[in-house]
Design a protein around this ligand. Sequence first.
Ligand SMILES: N[C@@H](CCC(=O)NCCCC(=O)O)C(=O)O
Length: 263
Amino acid sequence: MTSGAWDMSGDRPLVAVPADLKTFEGYRWHACAAQYLEAVARVSGAMPVVIPALGGELDYSAILERADGLLLTGSRSNVHPGNYGEAPTPAYEPFDEARDATTLPLIRAALERGVPMFAICRGYQELNVALGGSIVTEIQDLPDRMDHRAPDSTIQDERFAIRQRIDIRPGGRLSEILGAGPVQVNSLHRQAIGRLADGLEVEATAEDGTIEAVSVRDATGFALGVQWHPEYWAGSDSTSRKLFEAFGAAIRGNRTAYGAAAE
Ligand SMILES: N[C@@H](CCC(=O)NCCCC(=O)O)C(=O)O
């Protein structure tokens, strides 16, 4: 992520970003990886606010009354399979049930309110589960599937390298932002959408048929999920940048519309 000019001055729209619950240095942390917050601030032109993974202790209405948008980040953890009716096994681990308990109801509440939402990787999988879909795990072990996991490297720029073709559905919401046809993205996942939730439309697929992007069919505004990681190169890669710029435009439009409605 190239450095940009932080400009937190003025009345910038606010984007709620739910955290992971992680343990390191002997403490539990409500944490969010920097690149998501930086992409929201530097490319979407909004103010990211991290929401702790406190689940039912949170007042989702109070959050969504103040948030102009919702960004759901990626994570190495996986949505607990109990959320889509399957029994947990080691193949579904690691879990972050505190995050699940926060994001799944928050996604549903945000969609009910028409709050613009951008869901990335784990967040995209959460969107599918929140609306009744399911996840398949260890997809690289399934017949006729590619290996969608990160390249074996300790260098993040190599792990998040742009290297996989996806095909964008002509006439869909995503094609309005990126155009139809093939684009190159990065890929760092071992799970994928299994049963597509009824309320979602497929917006892009990989060469092996893996669903790579969805939109919320009945959403009036920006409600997109992508399996890849546009946040990482949002400052330099055109496809990545366009997504965060479109998200920024949507949340400003949402604020304007909401502001007018509130008068
Ligand atoms: N855990 C899920 C979602 C993948 C995801 O969000 N990856 C982001 C972290 C990537 C990394 O640093 O390895 C899955 O594996 O499908």
